[in-house]
Design a protein around this ligand. Sequence first.
Ligand code: GDP
Length: 218
Amino acid sequence: MSVGDALPFDVNWERDDHRITLCVVGSGGVGKSCVTVRYLKDEFVEYYDPTIEESYFKEVECGTRTYDVEIIDTAGQDEFADHRNSALAQGDGFLVLFAINSPYSWQELKELRERIVREHEDKGELPMVIVGNKKDLDSHRQVPFDDIVDYCRSIQCPFIETSAKTGLNITEAFQLLIEQVKLVNPTILEEQWHYKIANQKMRNGHIPSRSSKECCIL
Ligand code: GDP
């Protein structure tokens, strides 16, 4: 669609939540911040710095379209649990992380996933991807690959192994999640796309009309 075409549906300008929110969750130290920063800036931050919730925006490609996505790097520490709970309630999709060298984080992942599912039980299916981070530490693996495959099959959730350190599969993990959002909740992507087009029109001097058929040019 080019700027100047009429919008195919009414954009509700009173709403300010036309973005897609992806939450990166997991217990403390699994690499949530590193995975997020690697995805956004293609950098690896070596030193551990526990995070309170951080939020970022990125344009993400999916098929022939680009979408404005908010990425929330949730706090993994217990003392910040309230922040995490609010993020869990907001998300349209979840990247649920554990570290392949940490059995504790694997156990936590299962509990966390159940909490997320409970939080969103009214929505039915939930876009989610399970991520085994620190793949570069494969020689220190303590979560057997077969256990992960069995669990992910049982809950029918896609799974990918990543390394924020080397950059392995980081973009792929987020891409997989966007594809899950598209599969489970296509309307939200469709709405975001039209809102984005309407915004482009505004910036180019077009006034959005409540009717999809009319468009006024200044
Ligand atoms: P968070 O608490 O989940 O946000 O974890 P961080 O992103 O702060 O990372 C915790 C620690 O793990 C830091 O020391 C990182 O350098 C390290 N780390 C994160 N991702 C990786 C990875 O893929 N490989 C390795 N070897 N270390 C990682």
